[in-house]
Design a protein. Structure first.
Length: 44
């Protein structure tokens, strides 16, 4: 299990496979000053 992030920590680089077949690289793929990332598990 990965370590939890704390306030002020740098978000780790990772690549996500999106449902439309494209990829999103984080955090570089988010072009905004403020960022909120929500991971949704989907259907249980």
């Amino acid at each position: 299990m990965a370590e939890k992030l704390n306030t002020g920590d740098t978000f780790p680089r990772l690549t996500l496979d999106l449902v439309d077949g494209t990829k999103l690289e984080l955090p570089a793929g988010l072009d905004a000053r403020y960022k909120v990332i929500l991971f949704y598990r989907g259907h249980w």
